[in-house]
Write a protein that binds this ligand. Sequence first.
Ligand code: NAG
Ligand code: NAG
Ligand code: NAG
Length: 280
Amino acid sequence: MARFWVCATGAVFFLAFLVLHLRFCGTPVLRKFASQISWRTEKLFYRLDVGWPKYSEYFTGATFGVAVDSLNGLVYIVQRGDNIPKVLVFTEDGYFLRAWNYTVDTPHGIFAASTLHEQSVWITDVGSDFMILWLHGENGTGPTEFNIPHSVTVDPTGRVWVADRGNKRIQVFDKDTGEWLGEWTSCFTEEGPSSVRFTPDGKYLIVAQLNLSRLSVVAAPPVGGIGDCSVISTIQLADQVLPHLLEIDRKTGAIYVAEIGAKQVQKYVPLNNCIPSFVS
Ligand SMILES: *[C@@H]1O[C@H](CO)[C@@H](O)[C@H](O)[C@H]1NC(C)=O
Ligand SMILES: *[C@@H]1O[C@H](CO)[C@@H](O)[C@H](O)[C@H]1NC(C)=O
Ligand SMILES: *[C@@H]1O[C@H](CO)[C@@H](O)[C@H](O)[C@H]1NC(C)=O
């Protein structure tokens, strides 16, 4: 029986899997699937953690960004609005720790860079300074040119992935040489990507599209040129949720999504822990 399930591919088995999944693992948040999906993508299922955070009353503004300090188990959220704290700090279990708005005016993005010796958080603030991007590229539509580069991430092999939102594409560069390694456009014809982050194993890129209220799981080749874009699965959020930036916990693989429309940050946990009990 177990063997049968592991080998099975195709829509019928997939649907059966979803039904069983519902029974054993709670409501799956995946709602749409690309035709090329296969059983081997079992690692890519996520479940909305409805218990995170414990109290959502702390969200009092438009939640623009989220950062995860996985070393210390902390989640930082930046929100915009009048007379509200601009930064909220939660534990990864969903407990509220503290808030601050000292020096922060109109936050856009946030990034945690803690080491074993010190905790640090970087915030891009479009109110008191212009958004800082280390990328040196002309504004335009050609290779190595950008139009609203909105999110950047680096993979374990040293490739830099840029969500070139205005040009509806992802461009990829070598971190050291700056060489242009390719672009993905076919997955983003409807709307450009607003956020890009890798799963901890480096195999998949999770991409947010703001106005489509959609998260996509895109397969990334391990090294070198990036080839064609291939969406493995998508998580369709409700209309007007507007996922702006996302972050992935390097330890647990949980995805945190800052939703400026829904004015909240939600947590999606991978369901891979749940699959083995189902297979056996
Ligand atoms: C900072 O947050 C406090 C609430 O924690 C609020 O009363 C105050 O107005 C905020 N300040 C700014 C500049 O937003
Ligand atoms: C960048 O170029 C695009 C067209 O490629 C144009 O629509 C946009 O206004 C330009 N942005 C800036 C900041 O010049
Ligand atoms: C999303 O929609 C708003 C309002 O229509 C528009 O101003 C904005 O440019 C859109 N953003 C993207 C990334 O398409």
